[in-house]
Design a protein around this ligand. Structure first.
Ligand code: BG6
Length: 491
């Protein structure tokens, strides 16, 4: 890419020694440098509490890159060039005077400032206020914030109000890292560039949709945070509902951020509330007990480090969502996500309705619906299950189900799929908001999730147990079986 096409900016990263920055953000920025996408004059400023000088910080950064970037992707010349762009400011984020040092770092710079707040959301407002008082904010400033934006509607409104006091909505980039995943963006291309699918994408042609986001890991030392959130707030309120929106939204008028986000909001508004009387049929909460992962014994959620033995927090959720509009009336969206499941797997399965009249062997009737499988991770790709005639003179008109496969890394000869944060940071630098979440999206998602939580609190039933290394409580299988269906892996 030509130098003049690259975005010019200064990037100030609050929380630069934190886990997210070290594990994800700096490796992603390094990969952008390796791909030749960072402007030659781009400057990066790490901000954290520790009193390091720039070279001490670069040393820490280097250690982080050595740990989190694959060995084959560590190019010494690129690392050196990347580190030369990095500076550091050790400061207490609440200390107004320290922000003068940030202002001094910016002084002669005419390019936009991007502020990445890799900090707890409780201090977003304070950082905004201090930055603004120090004269570091102008109309070009962009601010990137991480989830969780609150733990319910009221707290998310409070955080959003605090940000809105200093920044306009067009300056705010709320991250949902699932939107940066290659295959998630591909959903937009798949749906709206292929009339084959676009014309079949509704309740006339689709019987139901499954979204599974399974994780093999447990709580990984995050018990304190996770126990206050639970899987519904941590994964469904954001990642799964965003996937649902991209699957279900109407075609946007164009690819602009607001056109796409307007359509997503319409889906969230049309989500049918899961009321207390629907809990039994529409929702399963689970919590893992001791079991095994990759053949190793692993503790249960309540035996993890730092655990409070009586916690009712869920580590698994399966639910049936319904979208009350013309396109989706009568089409259930089965969502499930959990920790300590047998494998790490995220996939969307669109189950098409069978042809209106069936003429083949009656004993094969169960095969007669096409499925579109969109794999987000691992092995990103798309496969369409189609029916053909089984080969061979003796087979008559027996049917055979087989996949039309598109595996992205094989098909496009790509040696690596970029990490979500690479795409997201790149879009922030270019000032594109379409992969970021607008305030009303966050708030409509919380409105729906809050009602689900209120419903289960009213019922007061504890989560169902499942052994680590299994696909969640049996009740989640029962939920879908009652509708005459099964989760895809079990099919
Ligand atoms: C995060 C959640 O947002 O997403 C974590 O807080 C979860 O609990 C993670 O493990 C999953 O992300 P990915 O990209 O590994 O599927």
């Amino acid at each position: 890419m030509k130098e003049k096409e690259k975005a010019q900016c200064d990037l100030a990263l609050f929380g630069a020694l934190g886990d997210l920055a070290q594990r994800k953000l700096f490796p992603a920025l390094y990969q952008l440098e390796r791909a030749g996408l960072l402007h030659g004059k781009l400057r990066l400023l790490g901000l954290a509490r520790e009193g390091l000088d720039a070279s001490g910080f670069r040393g820490r950064l280097l250690e982080g890159l050595r740990t989190h970037v694959r060995k084959a992707e560590q190019d010494e010349a690129v690392i050196e060039r990347f580190l030369s762009k990095v500076d550091y400011l050790g400061m207490d984020f609440s200390d107004q005077e320290s922000y003068q040092r940030l202002a001094a770092w910016r002084q002669s710079s005419a390019v936009p400032l991007i502020v990445y707040m890799a900090t707890p959301p409780a201090i977003y407002g304070m950082i905004g206020e201090r930055l603004s008082s120090a004269g570091c904010v102008d109309a070009e400033t962009r601010v990137v914030v991480e989830k969780p934006i609150g733990h319910d509607l009221a707290s998310s409104e409070e955080i959003n109000d605090q940000l809105a006091a200093y920044f306009r909505e067009s300056q705010l980039f709320r991250i949902d890292h699932y939107l940066g995943k290659e295959t998630v963006q591909n959903l937009i291309a798949l749906r709206f560039a292929n009339n084959l699918f676009a014309s079949q994408w509704d309740q006339d042609h689709i019987s139901h949709v499954e979204v599974t986001v399974a994780e093999k890991i447990g709580i990984e030392g995050r018990w304190g945070y996770f126990d206050k959130a639970g899987q519904l707030r941590d994964m469904v309120q954001n990642h799964l509902l965003q996937l649902l929106c991209l699957i279900a939204m109407d075609p946007p008028a164009d690819l602009s951020s607001d056109s796409i986000r307007d359509e997503k909001v319409k889906v969230l508004k049309a989500l049918r509330p899961i009321t207390p009387d629907m809990m039994e049929s529409h929702l399963v909460r689970g919590q893992y007990t001791a079991g095994s992962s990759d053949g190793q014994a692993v503790p249960g959620y309540l035996e993890e480090e730092g655990a409070n033995a009586g916690s009712p927090t869920e580590t698994f959720v399966a639910l049936k969502a319904e979208i009350a509009n013309w396109r989706w009336s009568g089409v259930p969206f089965y969502l499930r996500t959990g920790k300590r499941l047998p494998e790490k797997l995220s996939q969307i399965i669109i189950h098409f309705k069978p042809a209106p009249h069936y003429i083949f062997d009656p004993d094969q009737k169960h095969l007669a619906n096409n499925k579109l499988i969109i794999r987000l991770q691992p092995d990103e790709g798309i496969s369409l299950q189609v029916l053909t005639k089984a080969q061979g003179l003796d087979k008559g008109m027996r049917l055979r189900q087989g996949p039309l496969q598109l595996n992205f890394s094989e098909a496009f000869n790509a040696s690596r799929v970029p990490d979500a944060y690479e795409r997201l940071l790149w879009e922030v630098m270019k000032g594109n908001q379409y992969l970021f979440v607008r305030r009303d999206e966050v708030e409509y998602a919380w409105r729906w999730v809050d009602r689900v939580i209120a419903g289960w609190q009213e019922l007061g039933s504890p989560p169902k147990r499942y052994a680590a290394g299994t696909w969640g409580p049996v009740a989640s299988i029962a939920m879908i079986t009652r509708d005459g269906r099964s989760w895809y892996e079990d099919a």
